[in-house]
Design a binder for this molecule. Structure first.
Ligand code: APR
Length: 320
């Protein structure tokens, strides 16, 4: 059986980490793509040379031409620029929309059967635009945000409860970061919901509220510490979990930005919801009954995504 092919579009900090993780896990052969000449080739060669030491078999290739991604089973997209001081939201949208257009057209031409995971920010708008430009089926294009947001939440909860991260599950909905909606009734330690743990005296509502707030600004906290860049280890690990669920048909239930078709009363919008990811891409959207406060927060998140899409349509006519 031939190896799977994983195309990483964007070979910066997250792209390089993705390549390393995918190679170490022997997920398949890897193509690193970037517009920067030398970067994908250099990272591919460097990681390939760690293979004999770590004992993994994976072919790694760096490329500046989309033809290199031909036939990819999975494409993970990190291409784009981060928001820099002095750059307005619309400046950033304008630049990254152009990037999504080029990437979407490249995928359409060379890897139309791939499962596509978008990481580029602002995530909920970029994944929608990438789907539009690529023309791929909606179930094959998702955005990575929820796995990262819930991983941050799980990490903080595990620290608070002094238990293994493995036994902490978190349920998050909504947009990436600021508008993320953690549903604490469905967040558990080994099946015990967080509100019950508060009653059991394991923590207090105030402490959990502070953890929620810290999770929402989790990306900003890391930018503040690194000063010259943003998080890349946890974002890459999160996208790898999604790619593995697809490649191995694991049917994991993971939060992801997925296209809604009436679930939660919303249509034609990419929003973060729990989904089942298997060989068919997004095989199912998990729709739960929300309480009033979660409903309200989810609506704020949805409105923020809608506003971003309107701004995108104003910038790029072909999306209107
Ligand atoms: N096509 C391909 N690659 C591109 C393009 C393009 N049109 N434009 C930019 N790139 C490449 C850059 O050359 C760079 O190597 O995208 C890469 C982005 O890498 P980094 O700047 O290191 O960013 P990274 O930390 O990997 O984050 C990528 O994910 O979390 C989001 O906000 C983050 O949007 C950002 C993305």
């Amino acid at each position: 059986m031939a190896r799977k092919k994983i195309a990483l579009i964007g070979s910066g900090m997250i792209g390089g980490t993705l390549a390393h993780l995918a190679a170490m896990r022997e997920m398949g052969d890897i193509v690193l793509f970037d517009i920067a000449e030398g970067t994908p080739q250099g990272k591919a060669l460097d990681i390939a040379q760690s293979g004999p030491v770590d004992g993994f078999d994976a072919k790694l290739e760096g490329a500046n031409d989309y033809s290199a991604i031909a036939g990819a089973d999975v494409c993970i997209v990190t291409a784009g620029v981060p928001r820099r001081p002095g750059m307005s939201r619309d400046d950033l949208l304008g630049i990254n929309l152009k990037v999504m257009k080029a990437v979407g057209e490249g995928i359409k031409q060379y890897a139309p059967n791939a499962f596509v995971i978008c990481i580029t920010n602002p995530l909920d708008a970029m994944v929608w635009a990438l789907r539009e430009f690529s023309g791929l089926p909606h179930n094959m294009v998702v955005g990575m945000a929820g796995v990262l947001d819930s991983a941050r939440f799980r990490h903080f909860l595990a620290e608070e409860f002094n238990v293994s991260v493995e036994d902490v599950t978190a349920f998050v909905l909504g947009g990436h970061g600021d508008t993320m909606v953690p549903v604490i009734e469905y967040s558990t330690v080994a099946g015990i919901p967080v509100p019950d743990l508060i009653k059991m005296g394991w923590s207090t509502q105030e402490k959990i509220d502070a953890i929620v707030a810290r999770t929402r600004s989790g990306g900003g906290e890391i930018v503040g510490l690194l000063k010259t860049g943003s998080a890349f280890y946890a974002p890459a690990a999160s996208a790898i979990a999604m790619a593995e669920s697809f490649l191995k048909d694991k049917k994991r239930v993971l939060p992801a930005a997925a296209n809604l078709t009436g679930q939660y009363g919303i249509s034609d919008l990419y929003v973060g919801v729990p989904v089942v990811i298997g060989a068919g891409g997004v095989e199912k959207i998990v729709e739960i009954e929300l309480n009033d406060s979660a409903k309200q927060n989810f609506q704020v998140s949805v409105d923020a995504v809608k506003e971003l899409l309107e701004a995108c349509k104003g910038i790029e006519e072909s999306l209107a």
